[in-house]
Design a protein around this ligand. Structure first.
Ligand SMILES: [Zn+2]
Length: 303
């Protein structure tokens, strides 16, 4: 953390994001509605609050990706019941963040088998701290922990699909998984992809912008123009939107890296507004241009 950075606008944006992301905030979950979108054939996307949920339905049972916040579990179960009478058999966590794993305890108790990368299990088992949001996150009860953990990848042969779950190193966190519904041509990106906006990168949990760039480069060859892309946040997207996002990340990474090499301080860099030309298109999420510059600076000046 650079203590010299105390610009009002920046602090306001941090305050704003802290409120939005805080696991203990006064968010009124009663007002949240779960919207179901049919993505392809037997693949669905559920939008509520927190990370987008991906679902595969069929005779073999529900395969679910992420579960948002704990107070939403009953609503999520209701939305799932409206598209299938089968139980939630498998639950994948794309990463450990509480807006993607909040329903784990309840679903684990119901008998869903929770699966995640081994680093997700490690982080869910111990207290975590996200300095960017000043958020302290307690460990989960045993019922909320993954029962099966993997290091590289795992494939599910269910519901007449081949669902490939694979890890990408040090991207949004150190435990990210991307899920490829091969027969349906759908990919759930987890928080590697904030479609149409600047992303949050969890540097405390081993995330890095270069890792995100590498992950996207690894995924793009698996896609064609008709691939449906489920981002961690924001609406259902396409390959070309993912490519545009990669372009934005690469451009800003290169700009900030150059400034760091020139020996400039974060304060000086932020003052030149390096995201100015990109803001009209990308400044739509909770991470504003200045906040993303700060993340890039912290990330790229570590090495
Ligand atoms: Zn996340």
């Amino acid at each position: 953390m650079n203590h010299r950075l105390n610009m009002k606008g920046f602090l306001l944006s941090v305050l704003f994001t802290t409120i939005l992301f805080s696991p203990v905030n006064a968010r009124n979950y009663d007002k949240v509605q779960i919207k179901t979108i049919k993505v392809e054939n037997n693949v669905y996307m559920l939008i509520g609050a927190g990370g987008n949920i991906g679902i595969s339905t069929g005779a073999d049972g529900i395969f679910m990706i992420d579960d948002q916040f704990a107070p939403l579990t009953e609503k999520i179960k209701g939305a799932v019941a409206a598209i299938s009478d089968r139980p939630i058999r498998f639950l994948i966590n794309t990463h450990w963040h509480y807006d993607h794993t909040g329903g784990n305890e309840k679903l684990g108790k119901m008998g869903s088998i929770i699966i995640a990368h081994e680093n997700v299990r490690k982080r869910l088992s111990t207290e975590q701290f996200i300095s960017f949001f000043k958020a302290k996150v307690p460990p989960k009860a045993k019922s909320g922990l993954p029962v099966i953990s993997f290091t590289r990848d795992v494939t599910f042969h269910i519901n007449e699909d081949e669902i490939h779950v694979f890890h990408v190193a040090n991207a949004h966190t150190d435990g990210d998984a991307i899920i490829h519904f091969r027969k349906n041509n759908v990919i759930h990106m987890g928080d590697i992809f904030f479609s149409g906006m600047y992303p949050f990168v969890d540097l405390d949990a081993g995330g890095s912008v270069n890792g995100i760039i590498d992950a996207i480069k690894k995924v793009l060859p698996k896609m064609d123009e008709s691939t449906k892309v489920i981002p961690g946040h924001s609406p259902l997207s396409t390959k070309s939107q993912l490519k545009a996002y990669l372009g934005m990340l690469t451009t800003l990474r290169d700009r900030i890296r150059k400034e760091i090499k020139a020996g400039k301080s974060l304060e000086t860099i932020v003052a030149t507004r390096p995201t100015k030309d990109l803001d009209p298109e990308w400044n739509k999420g909770i991470i504003k241009g200045d906040a993303f510059v700060k993340i890039l600076y912290q990330d790229l000046s570590r090495r």
